[in-house]
Design a protein around this ligand. Structure first.
Ligand SMILES: [Zn+2]
Length: 209
């Protein structure tokens, strides 16, 4: 079955909502053409993290965008710290564009989302469990069975936290990048928003317990 069909089968429930949104968009356009004012500043192409990127509510991260790196490079993302082996989750629905391994990035996953957004997850786990031997291979890095071209839902496990690439022998973390139309942008507000919403759901769970 071609990818598009698989995607449509998996997301059929979302279709009605999408159609509603398209009708609303068409209605707004009609209103604009009729000369009525439309609220300014609304951008329905803005990215929404539907999931935090680690399954660890105590994950630590800071606004380390632009911080100095070797060779005069600036930091093009945010580092999110969790124990080695913590599941790494897709921030939003999308497709697996690339499963790769580079000298700096180590094992990484690149997801393509709607509206020109990509998310990159680097330094995935490369160790045999309980060691720091860098001999775990790709089966430690990626979620079982995941392949380029796969559709993944927000919150789906795509890999595991590690220290591969130039993070070897540092504290395990995911170097996370958000790209819009091919350019890296600071993901900090998005990460913080996703974590804040998650914490609110957790406190609701406590309330209801
Ligand atoms: Zn980093």
């Amino acid at each position: 079955m071609i990818l598009g069909d698989r995607y449509r089968a998996a997301r059929s429930a979302a279709t009605d909502r999408l159609m509603t949104r398209r009708l609303l968009t068409a209605a707004l356009l009609a209103i604009t053409l009729l000369g009525f004012a439309v609220p300014a500043g609304a951008d329905d192409r803005d990215f929404q993290f539907l999931s935090f990127i680690h399954s660890d509510i105590t994950s630590e991260f800071s606004n380390d965008w632009g911080a100095g790196r070797s060779g005069g490079r600036g930091h093009k993302g945010n580092d999110v710290f969790s124990p080695k082996g913590t599941p790494v989750l897709a921030a939003a629905d999308g497709f697996v564009e690339k499963l790769g391994n580079g000298p700096r990035s180590g094992f990484y996953v690149k997801l393509r989302h709607a509206d020109g957004f990509d998310t990159w997850y680097m330094h995935l786990d490369n160790d045999t469990p309980g060691t720091d031997d860098a001999k775990g291979g790709s089966e430690r890095a990626y979620a079982e069975g995941i392949e380029e071209g796969d559709f993944v839902e927000a919150g789906q496990i795509i890999g595991y936290v590690g220290d591969s690439g130039n993070a070897e022998y540092t504290t395990p973390h995911t170097h996370f990048e958000l790209h819009r139309d091919g350019r890296a942008i600071n993901p900090h507000d998005y990460l913080e928003g996703a974590m804040t919403r998650w914490l609110r759901v957790e406190s609701l769970a406590d309330e209801l317990a």
